[in-house]
Design a protein around this ligand. Sequence first.
Ligand code: MD3
Ligand code: FE
Length: 199
Amino acid sequence: MLINHQGFEIHKAYLDEAAQAGLVEDIRKVSEQAPLFSPETRWGKKMSVRMTSAGRYGWFSDRSGYRYIERHPSGSHWPPIPESVLAIWRTLCSPQRDPDCCLVNFYGETAKMGLHQDKDEKEFSWPVLSISLGDPGRFRMGGQERGGKTHAVVLESGDVVVMGGEARLAYHGIDRIYFGRSTLLPKGGRINLTLRVVD
Ligand code: MD3
Ligand code: FE
């Protein structure tokens, strides 16, 4: 099922169970090469979401601010974006231009992501694609200004979201995780993959 509202395109249940399980396996391999870590915000507070990346760039944050960097904090290059993930981008976004970064977010029972805009990329003309795996999460989305009206939608395992057009610079975040509702990840939790063109 496809719902499209002002550049916010949700493909509910886009991935079947086998595709979801395959992605989890491919992401497990990424996190073996590039272990999950909790970035610090520019105010020195650890984020509750654990992260890693694949691709030419990975997203990073510390007291110096939010940015994309070419290596994992360990010093290694980020692993390549799995083909299974690229295939989804090529179908829903573009067969011409691959993303530069696949950000992997892992949410445990109490993790959240506050309302923010994604503006660390040099390019906003490409959409951002998001893949949800594991426990459902309540996603909140507003407009392009802070403090505006917001709408909540539950993102479930297998849902794929494409944010383009006006939605690309909309405020958004994850308020809560419905921990233990999915059996995809044996220990529970939610994985979100976001594919981005950075420069
Ligand atoms: C709306 N992640 O990593 S994905 C992030 O579920 C992030 O982990 C959330 O926000 C998550 O930055 C939401 C859906 C999403 C991704 C990018 C967007 C929504 C977006 C960019 C612009 C507007
Ligand atoms: Fe975001």
